[in-house]
Design a binder for this molecule. Structure first.
Ligand code: F6P
Length: 381
């Protein structure tokens, strides 16, 4: 970690300029946060500087990736997917890709540039990786307030994240389409969805989309148990089925399925997941060769496009509350949603742990009561 370049916490008397940055994978609702921050800050006479590409915008060669955001700049972005500031998974200033290869610590430069821009505090909109960077910069004296985001809904410090609802809706739309073609062709349709180590997207979309089987990262599955469930469905006279496969799902006793993509891993903190649905289809085909299997991998379609109304509201409230927390003098906190309240929690509570599906919880029990199978070899599965 770089040497601290001074403690900015002690220098703050009044907030006059706020920086905002979006880091990590994008998700629908980021622009709604940016808009809310600009609207609330502007109403309070505070200038907002948008920092581009995570903190990477401060480490570009000239011109600097940072610009003033006015209410005019955010007038039409509420419903726009992505982020007008850009984002990256490779912008960690503590381990920044060096031009000649390898990684270098450039956190001190980031703090110097923030100070040179006259920014009093930075709002960091991001997932656990981004909030870990934010917590590190906060420890070095850069005042930070985090806003959680991820389609995965797996941040430990908040009960919900915007982007998740939109991703679930995208998956449900896909399942509704897959059902009609599955029925026409008497096929088993497997749909692979995102979520990394958490099965929230798979579980919610599977329930809403009428899945027969949901394979979760939290419950390593037995292909034989899935095959038995399919046999029962066919014996009951229905000759098609829908299986939702979380990208982090794994067969009991085996590892998660990852992808190797040339050049894509430099500076990333996590491997790229992918292939879980194809593996499940192959194992099922070996057990039940008479059936027809087709695999759809939804991928980044789940991350793009217009946020649903719920995500816009949540994102807007988080943005407003981040500014309110800043002017209350809070630092090193994350704005979190514990419905019906939006509150602040220590930034450190968002770092290093994920919130996964409670396999003994009521949501899973209700899914089982609907006849959904999780591929676990037990009578209740
Ligand atoms: O964390 C959000 C997420 O979309 C995960 O669900 C997924 O595994 C990952 O990001 C994909 O990352 P990338 O866009 O870098 O491939």
């Amino acid at each position: 970690m770089a040497e601290t370049t001074g403690d900015m916490h002690n220098e703050i008397k009044e907030i006059k300029k706020i920086g905002i940055t979006t880091g990590g994978g994008d998700c629908p609702g980021l622009n709604a946060v940016i808009r809310a921050v600009v609207l609330r800050a502007s109403a309070l006479g505070i200038e907002v500087i948008g920092i581009e590409d995570g903190f990477g915008g401060l480490l570009h060669d000239e011109p600097l990736g940072a610009r003033t955001l006015t209410t005019r700049d955010v007038a039409t972005i509420l419903d726009r997917g992505g982020t007008i500031l850009g984002t990256t998974n490779r912008g960690n200033p503590f381990s920044y890709p060096a031009p000649g290869g390898g990684l270098v610590d450039r956190s001190g430069e980031v703090i110097d540039k923030v100070r040179a821009l006259g920014i009093d505090l930075v709002i960091t909109v991001g997932g656990d990786g981004t909030q870990e960077i934010a917590a590190g910069l906060d420890r070095l004296g850069l005042p930070v307030i985090g806003v959680p985001k991820t389609i995965d809904n797996d941040l430990a410090a908040t009960l919900e994240t915007f982007g998740f609802g939109t991703a679930v809706q995208v998956v449900v739309d896909a399942l509704d389409r897959l059902r009609t073609t599955a029925e026409s062709h008497d096929r088993i349709m497997l749909l692979e969805v995102m979520g990394r180590d958490a099965g929230w997207i798979a579980l919610h979309s599977g329930i809403a989309g009428g899945a027969d089987v949901i394979l979760l990262p939290e419950l390593p599955y037995e292909p034989k148990a899935v095959a038995e469930a399919l046999t029962k469905i066919y014996a009951g006279g229905r000759h098609f089925a829908l299986i939702v496969v979380a990208e982090g799902a794994r067969i009991a006793g085996e590892g998660v399925v990852t992808k190797t993509v040339e050049g894509a891993l430099a500076g990333r903190h996590a491997p790229i997941l992918g292939g879980a649905a194809h593996l499940a289809a192959n194992r099922l085909a070996a057990l039940m060769p008479g059936l027809e299997y087709r695999v759809t991998v939804l991928g980044h379609i789940q991350r793009g496009g217009t946020p649903i109304a719920y995500d816009r509201i949540l994102a807007s409230r988080l943005g407003v509350e981040a500014v309110e927390a800043a002017i209350r003098g809070e630092r090193g906190v994350l704005v979190a949603s514990f419905p019906p309240e939006i509150c602040t929690v220590p930034l450190s509570s968002a770092v290093g742990k994920v919130r996964t599906v409670d396999v003994g919880g009521q949501l899973l029990a209700h899914a089982r009561a609907l006849g959904i199978t999780f591929g676990v070899a037990r009578s209740a599965s």
